[in-house]
Design a protein. Structure first.
Lengths: 395, 78
């Protein structure tokens, strides 16, 4: 395989920051991401698609599979055993926890010039599969004949294990206690008194005066009407929508912050610092700290949930899943047992839109020199979407 | 959406938890901090500088074949 083929698979985002002495900076974002790779699924059977998707899109394979099977079950008008959707939602949370933790342990030390503690990492690589095995027979969570285990005690134990891991390795206090912080002072006091990566990163942001860096006025992606979404995916310019999405002519943000906007601590940070670096940085930690309690809530309802889905056999089906990086949307049409249309709109395309979140945030970074500028840009992009490879030029 | 590449480990620096992984002619330096017991010759999925998990040679070949069928690359062998 040659470099061009590797680049085509990985895709690249190019970010150019142009500084002007007498005018505001401007940011150009261009993408060569393979946003239309899902077309490959056209002509496949639903079963084939469900086995291909986690191999092809393995980074957020659970969220991708969850969106795929939801669309396919709607199209085939299949009814599931009680609780199966909540069990799959729980797996998406496990994947979100893993993705956030990976970035905290692998990226944050580099961004803040600290050492990586490798002892913390192997637990993460098996986390999602452990939950799959705990909840589903043969760990088969995303097949059309998935069956759940009756006994949820293994899953309960895994959630307790994750809770302890987060407490010991990330927050250094009980999660509930951390989530009760409702003021900037309480968060700042914790970051001063605690020796951990999360506290150190917040302290660094505060003490360097970086809290309001990267302020951005973009709105959070709202609930999207299913029928209007179907119209966008079926329109002649659907390809443009998938590549550079907008909603009713506007760009939006879809990140952890979008999901945590109403949490008391985030609301407080938003009042004080608006949607700037510190608010965004803490939102990911708030999301992470809440995952065990959200998992427990899902597990409690697994045995008594009505899973009836809206059937869309006549038209195509849409599924929206909150993946680690933001909202992931699949659109599928099945005719005579074969997939005749498959489109995926990933959160990266919203956030890295040429007029989107990255572009608007980076314009509002002020640094004392080029070294600080580069560090702040890396931190800002990591706070928005740490999963995307990019090339940065500052001119 | 993000795609991870199957790659073969061709060199390892255990002290730094780094490795060189080959995808055909292309070599990449990657972190193996996430994985235990990685050996030269193992196949892994890589993404933005990290090896995410080990896969079998058969899975590596199948995934590259899928990329080729999807029109992302013309070559099939890792």
């Amino acid at each position: 395989m040659k470099t061009e083929s590797v680049n085509a698979i990985e895709g690249k985002i190019s970010i150019i920051l142009r500084r002007n002495e007498n005018a505001p900076a401007c940011v150009e974002v261009t993408s060569s991401r393979p946003v239309h790779a899902a077309k490959f699924l056209i002509g496949k059977t639903p079963e084939q698609a469900l086995s291909i998707i986690p191999m092809l899109f393995s980074i957020c394979g659970v969220a991708q599979s969850c969106a795929a099977i939801s669309c396919i079950e709607q199209q085939l008008q299949l009814e599931n055993a009680p609780g199966i959707h909540h069990a799959r939602d729980l797996l998406v949370l496990a994947e979100t926890a893993r993705e956030h933790l990976l970035r905290i342990f692998l990226d944050w030390p580099r961004l803040f010039e600290l050492e990586v503690n490798q002892q913390k990492l192997p637990f993460l690589s098996s986390l999602v599969n452990d939950f799959k095995s705990a909840l589903f027979e043969q760990g088969q969570a995303f097949s059309l004949d998935s069956n759940m285990h009756d006994d949820i005690s293994v899953a309960e134990a895994l959630i307790d294990q994750l809770d302890c891991y987060l407490q010991d390795q990330v927050f250094c206090i009980p999660l509930q206690q951390w989530l009760e912080f409702k003021t900037v002072d309480s968060l700042h006091n914790w970051s001063k008194l605690t020796d951990c990566l999360a506290a150190h990163s917040i302290l660094t942001i505060c003490e360097h005066g970086w809290t309001t860096q990267g302020f951005c006025q973009l709105g959070q992606l709202p609930e999207l009407n299913q029928q209007q979404l179907l119209d966008r995916f079926n329109a002649e310019n659907a390809s443009q929508f998938i590549q550079q999405p907008d909603w009713q002519g506007k760009q939006y943000e879809t990140t952890s912050l979008s999901r945590q906007f109403n949490h008391p601590l985030i609301a407080c940070l938003h009042r004080e610092f608006d949607t700037s670096l510190i608010t965004r940085w803490v939102a990911r930690l708030v999301e992470l700290a809440q995952i065990p309690q959200q998992m427990r809530a899902l597990l409690q309802t697994i045995n008594n949930t009505d899973n009836t889905q809206d059937a869309h056999s006549g038209q195509s089906a849409i599924s929206q899943v909150e993946a680690a990086r933001g909202r992931l949307i699949h659109h599928v049409k099945i005719e005579q047992q074969l997939i005749t249309n498959y489109q995926i709109l990933a959160p990266t395309e919203w956030n890295f839109h040429p007029q989107g979140l990255i572009a608007q945030s980076l314009v509002n970074i002020k640094a004392k020199d080029e070294q600080e500028l580069k560090q702040l840009i890396r931190i800002m992009i990591n706070a928005i979407d740490p999963c995307v490879g990019y090339h940065l030029d500052i001119i | 959406m993000c795609l991870a590449l199957p790659a073969k480990i061709v060199a390892i620096d255990h002290a730094l938890a780094m490795a060189t992984a080959a995808v055909g002619e292309v070599k990449k330096d990657i972190s193996i901090a996430l994985l235990e017991d990685v050996q030269v010759g193992d196949f892994v999925l890589i993404h933005v500088g990290y090896a995410l998990n080990k896969i079998s040679p058969q899975e590596a070949e199948k995934t590259l074949q899928l990329f080729a069928e999807a029109g992302l690359t013309q070559e099939l062998q890792p």
